[in-house]
Design a protein around this ligand. Structure first.
Ligand SMILES: [Fe+2]
Ligand SMILES: [Fe+2]
Length: 285
């Protein structure tokens, strides 16, 4: 009984050790409340695409494009269901990569260059995306089964990929994030077209992104898309750093990547998701 009461006392103290904002944000802009116009105008380089520069990049890019075809066929325009299901996958790479970097640092008894906290924050951020969408929709039984099956398979494959080809692993995530941005842009258009009701933002989202009390689902989607843009840039940068051999985040990577402003393969996707105003950048007055 004595032991139990001490455990309870200990558990009640845990929240005091949490940082003020938990889980942590991945974008500093969300440290203060943003209105819809500010969310729309976040500098996220909406159509930025990292051009494949070598065989490993090309494999990563084509693999992600193939995954997109499967996801498009399965989910079609059910964007909320797509978001819930795919965020369960998106939250895996950061944790796996963080674990690898942590173990590598222990094995070789040297600093990891500052990556681990970024990777774990990314995993937690993706999990917050999932928990947010879970307040808005409910996955079907089939989707829940798919999540269990895919998690086991994806975790194992990504673990091995990161072990033997970490640069390709980060590039895969960079391209996955480019696709996530396309999907959330299409979801915004569905909201604007009235095909997805623009409900009040769930409280978990208001608390996490410091949103205004009258924030909507559209505002949440803009915030999530901005997070995905940060993941895109971070993972492409990590892949570049592994390429150039500069893993210390305090020092510039020393690699000048080639970026384009649009993915050629996404032209069809963009036209499929055209809105009455014809925009994909969601810049309303
Ligand atoms: Fe996400
Ligand atoms: Fe992401």
């Amino acid at each position: 009984m004595q032991r139990l009461s001490s455990q309870v006392r200990c558990a009640s103290n845990i929240p005091h050790s949490f940082p003020p904002h938990n889980p942590s944000l991945v974008r500093d802009e969300f440290l203060r409340p943003l209105d819809t116009s500010q969310l729309e105008n976040l500098d996220i380089a909406l159509k930025q695409h990292r051009k494949p520069e070598n065989v490993s990049d090309w494999i990563a890019h084509r693999t992600v494009k193939a995954m997109r075809v499967v996801a498009d066929a399965f989910f079609r325009k059910r964007y909320l269901h797509r978001a819930v299901t795919l965020e369960t996958v998106a939250a895996v790479p950061g944790m796996v990569a963080g674990m690898h970097r942590h173990l590598h640092s222990l094995r070789w008894m040297r600093h990891d260059g500052g990556w681990i906290s970024h990777l774990l924050a990314e995993a937690e951020n993706e999990r917050m995306h999932l928990l947010t969408w879970m307040r808005v929709t409910n996955p079907t039984l089939l989707e829940r089964g798919l999540i269990f099956a895919v998690q086991g398979g994806f975790f194992s494959v990504y673990f091995l990929l990161y072990l033997f080809a970490p640069k390709t692993a980060h590039r895969v995530v960079g391209y996955l994030e480019e696709e996530a941005i396309v999907s959330y842009t299409q979801m915004l258009q569905e909201i604007d077209n009235g095909n997805i009701p623009n409900l009040p933002a769930p409280q978990i989202a208001i608390d996490y992104w410091n949103m205004r009390k009258d924030a909507t689902l559209r505002d949440v989607t803009l915030a999530v898309r901005a997070d995905e843009a940060m993941h895109r840039d971070t993972n492409h940068d990590f892949a570049d750093r592994l390429l150039s051999g500069q893993e210390n985040l305090r020092v510039a990577s020393g690699h000048s990547p080639q970026w384009t402003t649009a993915q050629p393969d996404d032209a069809a996707a963009a036209s499929n998701a055209s809105s009455p105003s014809g925009h994909t950048g969601i810049k309303h007055a």
